[in-house]
Design a protein around this ligand. Structure first.
Ligand code: PBG
Length: 311
């Protein structure tokens, strides 16, 4: 009765990984319990999400090496794996489930960076934005309900919003990865989408310095001004202060991404006997709500939804 915050399955977004083929379940070694699934399996997971009361999934493609290129052109192929998965999910579950599509080039580039490189190897902001706009449109046309630019280029939210409006996609939302840090916690994700082996250098020229909080508020303010419907702070637990500050400063839905390394650390801790999985996961998830989050992207979404249903 005196509880100040609550967590429900309706607060969760479930990130899932799609791979080519049919009937494929391909475990991600660095993310115990998480597998890449072929499109048929993604449809099963989408139905599972609906039955668990999870309102949205976030899709990420594992792109085979021969479909990667310096310019990430596969991102703009309307029949790429991502678009086929979006269409299959929407055909199967319609408006019962939201589909969030990540906008960034890293699953498609041969160098693993989120954008295009200039002659010196620097990720070129404006050239990248032009491609991200086309990627977002391709995803919207496939049926994505939310496009989520995770690339951290400047000005991309405005450019994507304009293109969505011009293209008649007025109802497609933008969830901006507004404060995304250059984090050591993304390792298992890069394995899952196949970019860890290929990534050259780091992402520090466009992702944020973990030492900066004021800058996060400026980044969030920019994305809201440019037309973001909701904003994200990423990673999660190490950045609760940013969520809290954003909640005080802005009146938009704020989401936290509890990233792959955070998931993997919990699983490693459980395996090492540090604690019990449900207790560890649920304590972390309620902390995001306490800090001011509307919702949380977490690989533990299906387990958490089950625990909540049995609570
Ligand atoms: C890529 C992207 C990343 C994640 C989501 N989108 C990785 C990165 O920036 O290198 C990480 C998610 C996770 O670790 O779970 N644009």
């Amino acid at each position: 009765m005196f509880r100040e915050t609550r967590l429900a399955a309706a607060d969760l977004i479930w990130p899932i990984f799609v791979t080519e083929g049919s009937g494929v379940t391909d475990p991600v070694a660095s993310l115990p319990g998480v597998s890449r699934r072929s499109v048929d399996g993604i449809v099963e997971q989408a139905r599972e999400a609906v039955s668990l009361g999870i309102p949205c999934i976030a899709l990420f493609p594992y792109t085979q090496a021969d479909r990667r290129s310096d310019d990430g052109a596969e991102a703009l192929n309307p029949d790429n794996l991502m678009c086929r998965a979006i269409r299959a999910v929407k055909d199967a579950v319609g408006s019962d489930l939201g589909v969030l599509a990540d906008v960034a080039l890293d699953p498609y580039t041969s160098h693993g960076q989120d954008g295009l490189l200039d002659a010196s190897g620097y990720v070129a902001n404006d050239d990248t934005v032009a491609v991200l706009v086309d990627q977002a449109i391709v995803q919207a046309e496939a049926g994505a309900d939310i496009v989520a630019p995770s690339d951290m280029m400047d000005g991309r939210v405005r450019a994507i919003r304009m293109a969505l409006e011009m293209g008649g996609h007025h109802n497609v939302q933008i969830m901006a990865y507004a404060a995304k840090y250059a984090s050591a916690f993304y390792g298992p994700f890069r394995d899952a989408v196949g970019s860890s082996g290929v990534l050259q250098g780091d992402k520090k020229t466009y992702q944020m310095d973990p030492a900066n909080g004021e800058e996060a508020l400026r980044e969030i303010a920019l994305d809201i001004a440019e037309g973001a419907d909701s904003v994200m702070v990423k990673p999660g637990l190490a950045y609760l202060d940013i969520i809290w500050r954003a909640k005080q400063a802005f009146d938009v839905p704020i989401f936290a991404y509890q990233v792959s390394g955070e998931y993997a650390l919990v699983e490693a801790g459980v395996a090492a006997g540090v604690g019990e999985r449900e207790a560890l996961v649920m304590e972390k998830l309620i902390a995001f709500r306490r800090a001011g989050c509307t919702g949380i992207l977490t690989y533990h979404a299906p387990q958490a939804a089950r625990w909540l249903a049995n609570a």
